[in-house]
Design a protein around this ligand. Sequence first.
Ligand code: FES
Length: 241
Amino acid sequence: MADATTVKEKAEQEVRMVDIYVTGKRYKVPEGLTIQTALEYCGYNIIRSCGCRAGFCGACSTIYNFTHDPTIRYGLACQTRVEQDMVITQIPFFPAAQALYNLEDLKPEEGENKLLTLYPDIIICFGCNNCTKTCPQDLEVMEFISDAIRGDIEKVYQKSFDCLMCGLCAARCPQGLQPYNIALAARRLRGAHLTTRSQHNEDRIKEIEKGKFDAAIEKLKKADEAELRRMYAAREIEPAL
Ligand code: FES
């Protein structure tokens, strides 16, 4: 008689399984999966709250706790591994107000705080630190909001550089602030007005505009995967400056 054990059942006999709860429903999944892959193992077809699958895009914000510990935790579903008795809720994109601005019109002048101009509400931050506790990147969010209130664009830039724009800080702010959008404005202002321009970058843009690389790009577009791999392995790597 044919062995009726399915591949999935065999795999489940060989690995330790843990119980997780997805929107209240219990599933058994292999230990070691990320929340994202565990959801797919359970049969969920993830078409929202998922992007790069590598911890960069911030699309997979997830809230979880445990049946024996109600403390709310936050994480990225593509990076956080399932644990026994984990109760999981993914949150969709969190709506947060974003100021409309034209960077060219926002050159920071001495003694002027452009971040306050764009986001005057930031002064109502009362320092609860929920944003910092929520951040899956462990950024000092409340600190860079204080820097924004003081108009220190450089510090906001440095402290928020690893922000993924997942939106969890905004979801948790009792004052309705949007820390990630405020930090994005600071990084843009710095890039547009406070850094020295790179001459070799300007030169390269001019070369691109003049069509210097058009033929090479066309060649790449026509190449099949094997050819692309060969070209990649054989590429000339510029020496570090
Ligand atoms: S899917 Fe992009 S950070 Fe998780």
